[in-house]
Design a protein around this ligand. Sequence first.
Ligand code: ASP
Length: 299
Amino acid sequence: MLLLAHGGAGTKKPSKAALKKLHESLKKGYGILEAGGTALQAVIGTIAMLEDSGLFNAGLGANLQLDGIRRLDAAVMEGSRLQAGSVIGLEGIQNPIKAASIVMESPHKILTNIGAKVLAAAYNLKPLPDIDEKYLERLKKMTAGEYELVRIFKKHFSTVGAVALDSNGDIAAGSSTGGVALMLPGRVGDTPIIGAGVYAENKTGAVSCTGRGEDIIRIALAKEVSMRMIEKTPLRAAREALKKILEIGGDAGLLALNRQGKFAIIHTTEKMPGGYAGKDGIIVKEGFTRVRPKNSHMR
Ligand code: ASP
């Protein structure tokens, strides 16, 4: 059994609170596995806790789109049945990861806000509280000046994701985000696109991505890594795919895990807070393996 989680690829040093929350969420998710829960349940439990914390760009802490509305994206996939579900632009619901898992069991695989909200209401998912004045003030300070906003758009992400391996040998992946800063209303990143932001197949591996969705989508990064895992270790597969992301001018990070319990936590960005929980305990760090561009002066 194994569980990995991340709090977004980026340049910013993660706060102590964020690292602590990652630790707590790994503990909770691993507890689900220890109690005989599935990889899918562990992924959902871990991500929901991060969504509830308000410390990451997901759920309660999600970014606003340029019209001041939070539209949340999330996806889950599990490797034994190749089942997947996702929500795009979900408004007013705190745990889009749960909504995505409900969509997965419905006749559909992807729902945008209008349908996802109906399902979320039917399953009594927690509403997302309205944004208060204090939050808006904090946001204004954080994003003061156009330059700063552009910099954040290019370099800072704090999406959340997880992958898990359960006692049956099944794997699953999930991801949840409020998107990026400076988004036009309606912008959709990689997170809810199955094969781009997440992918899980028992025969190959589970992958959860973070970073600039616009680039991740172009090479369907999660599936790219998973397919490379047919013949290669997660680390090797992920490294090769992230080099491809760098070649197209992107930045990303990801979690990759196979059924044998081999895994990688890897990123092109300076940081990617995250960690793993296994039988030997829990490790959380602000960054893991970094893939650097060949000619960094050209970027
Ligand atoms: N991948 C997310 C998106 O493009 C952002 C992130 O990972 O922080 O929406």
